[in-house]
Design a protein around this ligand. Structure first.
Ligand SMILES: [Zn+2]
Length: 220
């Protein structure tokens, strides 16, 4: 039976966060943090406001930032082991496709859902195109990328029943997909909400622990 695993990128596949790697290079981290803390903004509105902060930076700035963030320990080994066992493996992230595709290619992922930054020539315009999805399925996450919507979309695309899917994430932004997947794993959880949303929690920074749970069928 085919199986499918959807991974969050920042803080899960990566030991770090792209937006902060980029923001810190240009002294924008304070501004990014204040947008993230702004309770007046709905989640996807935060994505719009943060993308606007990066207007004028270049594609090369974005690629240098993603290169500066290391993969989680044993990430390549864990993903290739899942692929060898016939799993479909992909990334569902509210980060930017230009950078996430570098990670997806390195790990030979089968699918990627991410926000698309708009470019004019080589420059980021500050406009972001968001896949959304929550409005179609009645999800309350209101994120720029509804992870549950995309998990369901790729499960359908690859003909994998939802009970044979797994979702792995590290923050409350991943809750809608870890709850929907057959197996949900909180990997190095950054908040209590994600840790309490899954039965399986991995607190060791080692992606092989995730692969082993999945291959043993030990995650629920
Ligand atoms: Zn959602």
């Amino acid at each position: 039976m085919a199986q499918l695993a959807a991974f969050d990128m920042d803080g899960t596949l990566l030991d770090g966060r792209l937006v902060f790697a980029l923001a810190e290079r240009f002294g924008l981290d304070g501004k990014v943090r204040s947008v993230q803390a702004d309770s007046k903004l709905v989640n996807y509105e935060k994505t719009i406001a943060i993308a606007a902060l990066f207007a004028g930076l270049t594609r090369q700035d974005l690629l240098a930032a993603i290169e500066s963030v290391p993969l989680a320990a044993n990430c390549e080994r864990a993903i290739s082991l899942l692929k060898e066992q016939g799993w479909k493996v992909g990334i569902i992230t509210d980060s930017y496709a230009t950078a996430a595709s570098v990670v997806a290619e390195r790990l030979r992922m089968d699918f990627l859902a991410a926000n698309e930054l708009e470019f004019k020539g080589d420059k980021i315009t500050g406009t972001v195109h968001m896949p959304l999805g929550w409005q179609e399925i009645g999800c309350t996450c209101k994120l720029s990328v509804c992870k549950r919507f995309h998990l369901e979309k790729y499960a359908t695309k690859f003909g994998v029943p939802l009970e044979n899917t797994a979702a792995i994430g590290d923050t409350r932004a991943d809750i809608c997909m870890v709850r929907r997947a057959g197996a949900g794993i909180a990997f190095m959880p950054k908040d209590d909400d994600i840790a309490s949303a899954t039965k399986s929690v991995v607190r060791k920074p080692d992606m092989m622990q995730v692969a082993q749970l999945l291959l043993l069928g030990a995650a629920h």
